[in-house]
Design a protein around this ligand. Sequence first.
Ligand SMILES: NC(=O)c1ccc[n+]([C@@H]2O[C@H](COP(=O)([O-])OP(=O)(O)OC[C@H]3O[C@@H](n4cnc5c(N)ncnc54)[C@H](O)[C@@H]3O)[C@@H](O)[C@H]2O)c1
Length: 505
Amino acid sequence: METILKTVSRSPITNKDYPIPATVNDQAGIDQFLSVHPGKKVVVVQGMGFVGSVMGLVVANAITEEYAVIGIDLPTPASWWKICSINEGVFPVLASDPKISEYYAKSREKKNYYATCDPYAYSKADVVIVDINLDVKKQTGPGHELLDYTVDLTPFKKAVESIGNNCRQDVLVLVETTVPPGTTEKVVKPLLQECLQKRGLPVDQLKVGHSYERVMPGPKYIDSIQNFYRVFAGTDAMSTEAVEKFLRTVIRTDEFPLTRLGHTNATEMAKVLENSFRAMNIAFMVEWSRFAEEASVDIYEVVNAIRMRPTHKNIMLPGLGVGGYCLTKDPLLASWARMNLFNSNDPLLQSEKGVRINDKMPLYAFEYLQSQYKDSLSGKKVLLLGVSYLNDVGDTRYTPVEGFYNQLQEAGAEISLHDPHVLYWEEKDTWVTQDLNKLLEQDYDIITITTGHKEYRSNPALMAKLQEKTPAVIYDTIGVLTNEEIKTLSDKHMVRVLGRGDLQG
Ligand SMILES: NC(=O)c1ccc[n+]([C@@H]2O[C@H](COP(=O)([O-])OP(=O)(O)OC[C@H]3O[C@@H](n4cnc5c(N)ncnc54)[C@H](O)[C@@H]3O)[C@@H](O)[C@H]2O)c1
């Protein structure tokens, strides 16, 4: 049962169970797959998650080379289904990008994308791309504030060892996982060398590099990998050349030239700095949103006015909070690296503070609701529109909706959930409804827009339905409602928008 539930959270496979295999041995399956592709270079992608499975698709549909691609993941309840589903014809990632199904159909036709859990695959690889997770463990207090955090490299090192214990001596290992700066040079390369040496193999042909993903799950999923600028570096000249040669075959580098940096420490730093900048930009807006509410100013209007100035185009809008796998951890990975891999006594204080501020945003959104609703929430019916952390994507990892949901639950509210992209909310172990019309047959005390999916934006049918409802609080936590919609809804309902203060005022 557990496998089924995990499966539906990210894939439409709902009625199959995949028992974990007793052995990881899949030598026959791998050999059979490769026998259909004689002479082709073999690319093994380690980690079939949101990034790796789609990177695998891009390599299987490379621009100037025909590769045989093997995706490898772990035979765990959380991941075994991804292997099965890739081999059985249902791509494991749900997204609004039509290119995903197009590329997957092509790879099925060419039979050039196979998935397995057997590390034997590494022995066949010309290139291994590391796309696994590297997590930050956060300790949080009762108000969701960040108390402390730890980075444990052990699972990542084990993954690198599984490559080193099986790979060819002349393999190219390209790290794409977001790692603490310093990891490729100080951890990955020495570990691979040690493994080769233990196997009695020379280390002078081994190539190791780093190039980070700027993948944006959503309508431009594939393009964000294949038709986008890439930064890369190698740990030596031979590695740098090999990484560049490989990337040129899979990425449209004629239109999106590669950026070569001088060291893998630099590419690793570029990745976490990019994400820390974004996280800080959001954290910066938090206090301004509060100020705007107090001053009855519409912060969205203000930000859009500022954005007209070319130098200020990327100032962020406020919202329910920061979610997803990357912005919530990458500033911490960077700060940890500074202290643990480069022996500094100082953390990256501002970046850490940014995470602390962002982590508390859902709590504030809840407190603001309480300050406006005034009545007890116990037994009140609350509808949440959207549980995913990002619009038009079915990814609930670290979604800020979770903190908000937890607060509502603690207050005793009766919560209904809608999300067009999420069938099952894995982290909360609960089902999510896709039929909005059905949900809106009922009345609610509070209807909250928690994710900016396109289904909730400028949707006249939704507006008409909301107008039919008995008076409720309509709470827009991310500024989806237009001024006109707010005006129309306000005839009947009490409308509140985070960052806009008293709309009636
Ligand atoms: N999701 C994004 O939007 C995004 C964007 C850019 C970069 N990244 C980075 O890409 C990396 C992967 O992120 P993701 O979102 O795909 O994570 P994910 O959790 O969806 O996928 C990681 C996968 O790696 C597998 N894995 C872990 N250890 C393994 C091992 N030893 N062997 C084989 N497989 C193993 C896990 O089972 C899982 O399926 C992270 O470093 C992340 O920070 C993510």
